[in-house]
Ligand binder design. Structure first.
Ligand code: GLA
Length: 385
């Protein structure tokens, strides 16, 4: 087991033992990166994510009551709810596990109460899907503990997504929960979000590596412009009489332009362009052509910044620094509004890029950025220590 994960498992087990006693079982689910295909998932398009080794870990033990008692180590927050409570907790941080439980029950799983302690090392608000990791960790754990692990991973994925939609209020796509559930060590996954078909792509580029630079600007999707972006896309799809933007061509979009709100048009323009970029990246990867992959990443950033308008000054600055260092590809990753850039960097440039990004960011904004090397790890699972 990776060293960091082992250390987290020990912290979580110890905290569980102090609060609730012995015999808990351990579960983990990862955060994610996404190579390309941003804001395409809820438009029926393709995404290209990979699970990372940074994970949420939970120690859980059934308690034979109808109550769920929890301790979130990283938030230093103790809370509880009753499984039969229709409303659940009002604090948004407490609604993730509640939502997962209620959705499992809606799927006919006979849950009992349990005690749990959880925490991890997926940075919060960094665009690495810490909330999907939390949902998937509990969905997988409850499936193992109360349903003999016989709920298929796609159903568990949808339980996580439904938690965001119905209990948290973020109308997210499927990507984050999908990859947290289906991740495989050393592989990225190309998912067709319309059909649900996916294939694994081993990710071992020679001479290149991926690194995230966290702007440490807080990223908040709850009640945010994320839902507004989705609504723009849905308005354009409805105006075109198609189910999702996946079914709209650039020609058609441009022909409709005068009938569309100018902002909605810009949003759709980005999404259609992103579909083309994902295809180009898939082809380039088959040829081992990482320079093309990187160029498409820069183009994605431009679209996300100018047309989708989910970037910010700090992130644009980090992408410019990457470009000026000669980094192969760089762009904002995830939902946006802060968080991380994902960078495809030649090994030979790595040290220079990292030190330049750190010092330039500090000088410009008076803030430290955080360098997060990427390793592609497995999806949600039970941990045996
Ligand atoms: C967030 C959402 C995902 C996806 C990305 C943008 O991470 O949870 O469903 O839409 O933003 O690609």
């Amino acid at each position: 087991m990776e060293n960091n994960l082992k250390a987290i498992c020990e912290i979580i087990s110890t905290a569980f033992a102090e609060r609730f006693g012995s015999d808990a079982q351990l579960f983990a689910a990862p955060g994610r990166i996404n190579l390309i295909g941003e804001h395409t998932d809820y438009n029926g398009g393709f995404v290209f994510p990979g699970a990372v080794t940074q994970s949420i870990v939970a120690a859980i033990k059934p308690n034979g009551t109808r109550d769920v008692r929890l301790f979130a180590v990283d938030l230093d927050m103790e809370y509880s709810f009753n499984l039969d409570d229709e409303q659940g907790p009002s604090d948004v941080n407490q609604r993730y596990v509640y939502g997962v439980c209620r959705e499992m029950m809606n799927h006919g799983v006979a849950l009992d109460g349990f005690d749990a302690v959880y925490g991890g090392n997926v940075p919060l608000g960094a665009g690495m899907s810490s909330s999907a990791a939390l949902e998937c960790c509990f969905a997988k754990a409850l499936s193992i503990l109360f349903a003999n692990d016989n709920i298929d991973p796609m159903t568990l994925t949808r339980i996580g997504q439904a938690t965001e939609h119905k209990y948290v209020g973020v109308k997210c796509g499927i990507m984050d929960q999908f990859i947290s559930m289906h991740g495989r060590e050393g592989s990225l996954v190309r998912l067709d979000c319309r059909s649900g078909k996916f294939d694994y792509h081993p990710w071992h580029p020679e001479d290149y590596r991926l690194v995230l630079v966290n702007s440490c600007i807080h990223h908040e999707l709850v009640g945010s412009p994320y839902n507004e972006r989705r609504e723009s896309c849905e308005r354009v799809a409805a105006a075109a009489g198609v189910e999702t933007l996946r079914d709209l061509t650039m020609e058609r979009l441009n022909a409709m332009r005068s009938n569309l709100d100018a902002t909605d048009y810009k949003r759709a323009l980005y999404v259609l362009g992103e579909e083309q970029r994902v295809n180009k990246v898939c082809e380039a990867l088959q040829q081992g052509d990482y320079e093309t992959v990187g160029q498409q990443m820069y183009l994605t950033h431009e679209g996300l910044s100018k047309n989708y308008e989910v970037s910010c000054e700090e992130i644009d600055f980090l992408v410019d620094i990457a470009r000026s260092c000669g980094v192969t590809g760089s762009r904002i990753m995830g939902g946006g509004f802060g968080g991380c850039t994902i960078n495809l960097v030649k090994d030979s440039l790595y040290d220079l890029f990292v030190s330049t990004a750190q010092s330039a960011y500090k000088e410009r904004f008076g803030l430290n950025c955080q360098i997060i090397p990427v390793e592609i790890g497995p999806g949600a699972r039970k941990i045996i220590m």
